[in-house]
Design a protein around this ligand. Structure first.
Ligand code: 9WO
Length: 249
């Protein structure tokens, strides 16, 4: 898979792409990230990428020409990007489902805005969609672009080793994680739950599922509605809540 990142701060995205699982995936050729400096596509001798807003007001707006020339450069690749995506608080919320959807494409282009905004003509006419990673304002789209790359890359075949495999997880994708422990068995008086030391794999599996369900019910009840619980899940959860199980949707 090819992912382009269009930015006026290429150094800001460079080093996270060199580390850990992402870095290894790039080294192994499973994914190619092309960091494209939008400033290189500016048309004036000062390489200007911002200008004052029509209508007045404070702050600067990202100019249309450098962005559009950079987007056209990205679109000229073979294969061309399936989607050109602007990272924006106004976009479709990123979710695990969206990440899976993006992971099935061969080429994506991520456009990072800066300043107080991007000329509206870029989003209206030169971008295919907008994606948001959450309801907050940042100083630019670079960190959201890295979030998208990270979320998508780990879903690509062979990116995760079998120890980090998504197979076990995909089943529980829509639930929160169960509590995890490693050595020592007691830390400053705090014990690891007995069941995890029991060696009873079936009991451990059941406990973990129950913990995931319980946590999700307590902290993110909105996720439970989408999770598609089995009858056994409902029983496990009812056992924790002290409910007859029939009221859990
Ligand atoms: C600035 C601003 C100031 C007052 C009221 C509303 C405002 N919105 C913005 C704004 O959206 N600034 C953007 C900063 C301009 C382009 C890039 N920036 C950005 C992208 N901030 N946050 C994101 C982003 C992208 C994806 N998901 C979450 C946040």
């Amino acid at each position: 898979m090819i992912i382009d990142i269009l930015t006026i701060f290429p150094e800001m995205v460079a080093s996270p792409l060199e580390e850990s699982i992402l870095g290894k995936a790039i080294q192994r050729g499973l994914i190619a990230v092309r960091v494209i400096n939008v400033r290189d596509f500016a048309t004036d001798r000062h390489q200007t990428t911002d200008d004052r807003p029509y209508g007045g007001g404070s702050g600067m707006v990202m100019k249309v020409e450098p962005l559009v020339r950079a987007i056209r450069h990205a679109r000229s690749a073979d294969p061309p990007p399936a989607r050109v995506i602007l990272l924006s608080p106004q976009g479709r919320p990123l979710s695990q489902e969206v990440a899976w959807e993006l992971s099935r494409e061969r080429h994506l282009t991520l456009v990072c805005g800066r300043y107080e905004g991007v000329d509206e003509r870029v989003r209206r006419h030169f971008v295919d969609e907008e994606i948001s990673i959450g309801d907050y304002i940042l100083t630019g789209g670079e960190l959201p672009a890295l979030v998208v790359v990270d979320a998508v890359a780990r879903l690509l075949p062979d990116v995760l080793g079998c120890s980090e495999s998504t197979v076990e997880e995909s089943f529980a994708d829509l639930l929160l994680e169960y509590p995890q422990y490693t050595r020592p068995e007691i830390f400053e008086g705090h014990q690891v739950p007995e069941i995890l030391l029991s060696g009873n794999h079936a009991a451990v599996r059941r406990w973990r599922r129950q913990q995931s369900l319980w946590r999700t019910w307590q902290r993110r009840p909105d996720l439970l509605k989408e999770a598609g619980l089995s009858d056994e899940d409902r029983e496990l959860l009812a056992e924790m809540i002290g409910d007859d199980g029939k009221t859990i949707s």
